[in-house]
Ligand binder design. Sequence first.
Ligand code: ASP
Length: 593
Amino acid sequence: MSAEEAGTVPAGGFSGVAAGMRTRYCGELRADDDGAQVALCGWVDRRREHGEHLAFVDVRDRTGVVQCVVDGAADLRSEYVVRVTGTVRHRPEGTANPVLPTGEVEVGDCEVEVLARAEPPPFPVDDRRDVDETLRLRHRYVDLRRDRLQRNLRLRARVNSALRRSMEGHGFVEVETPMLIASTPEGARDFVVPSRLSPGAFYALPQSPQLFKQLCMVGGLDRYYQIARCLRDEDLRADRQFEFMQLDMEASFVGQEEVLTFVSDAVADATEAVTGVRPAQMGRITWRDALDRYGSDKPDTRFGLELVELTPVFAGTGFNAFKAPCVKGIRVPGGASTTRNQLDSLTDSAKRWGAKGLVWMKVEPDGTLTSPVAKFLSEPEQVGIRASLAAEPGDLLLLVADEWLRTCHVLGLVRLALGRPPVNEGGHHFLWVVDFPLFEAIGDDGRPVPAHHPFTMPHDDDWELLAGEGEALLAVRSQAYDLTLNGWELGSGSVRIHRPDVQRRIFALLGIGEEEASAKFGFLLDAFRYGAPPHAGFAFGIDRLAALLAGEENIREVIAFPKTQSGTDPLTGAPTPIDPAQLTELGLRVLPR
Ligand code: ASP
């Protein structure tokens, strides 16, 4: 790949940019440059002695490395910062390095100026070795020099730039919303900032720009977007950091269809900008079907192993374990060779995930089922299982019986454990999940818990169901939708409630009284009294999109300065205690732990 193809140097160089101390970048030199006088700047990558005085010094910059032949390089060490002037020439016959893009040339007659000396780096600046994560983060500036992060951060920049172009192409206006705000209703814990001028009062850092973007719609901006920093004080995971970036958008006088189009376009543009391939038309599945078939509201559709409905097979069963509201199964083709140990450990996992058990069956060459529970199953039930699952000799069948949601959930996790491909295999499967329920559960207080946020519009066909109570409310669908990619939730959005009377009704259902509503969201409800257009929006995580496009399991690999799993920054030491004087000024006292 050329430096240009790799996106490191634009065709024709960086136009309009003063060359500064250099005339060319290391990684862009090719056989065509034979004879060119060049000045290069970068870091000493490696030095190999060549005879008594001569040395090959690989010089590295953001575009790659090139070999420089240096006379008297004795005091050049790895990671020294140098400026090298010399002449590009073909490498002698038989010494070209086909692996290196600059491998046909070298720079000869070199003069080297040391711009900065360097201590030996805490770990080698190449990708060949795994380095301890904390060490990498502690010296992130060295880690950033490595190919992987150079590549990932540039990929991420291309994602951002494609997203901006796409949104602007659809007439979206970039608006920056504040960081010091009152709490937002995304349902996570807030990070708070004490106010010096109002001791005892706190700002919250935004969990999202949700309320502000809705205010932008009332304010007539019509189409808003922002590459927004959001902060949520939740446990960190491979796909979650305290702070993350999202492409946040909102539009007026549109519904779900238009939002899905805007977002699909933006994500497809970003994917194409990075991979060169435009993803296929994004599929769509309802929340209910996603659970029924994949056992997840973020299905990984890169592989099969779909869940199969078996409830009717056991309608009149005498086997207690299958006398459940829902029985489902998975067929694992050729899985009969799975060992007893593996099956036991899968069963243990299923129990940890909430199932009472996991029933396994092996299909013998003559079609009969071998299973610890086979003797409890009638002949018609065994026939029903085989037929429903389209079982073949040599297959393994796995069954769970429980409440619908739990059955789906557990088998969904079993499915992932058995079949999920590595993150960088199987292409990019985007999938919209629509018709989410309005409420995700009924809380201990008997009140429904919103599945998205409390501004989400109920589904047009489900208004009557809203009059119900308790569990019946769980059947109410909403106009909320998620975008998923390879089993990761990229983002969520919804059509919003724009009428104060409807909003009041939903607040009442959620148990948010007039007083609480006006204390928390009074300004939004007030705004709605002055003419709110119908509006809808979405937000998706750029860290997650960039990670998946880069083929990385962990979003830390596409973030320049991430936190560790425990939320600390080994580089700066954050979080750190603050001065007693600062505490006093803020009117705060820290309680002993
Ligand atoms: N504010 C939501 C979130 O950050 C997204 C949206 O509804 O637009 O998840």
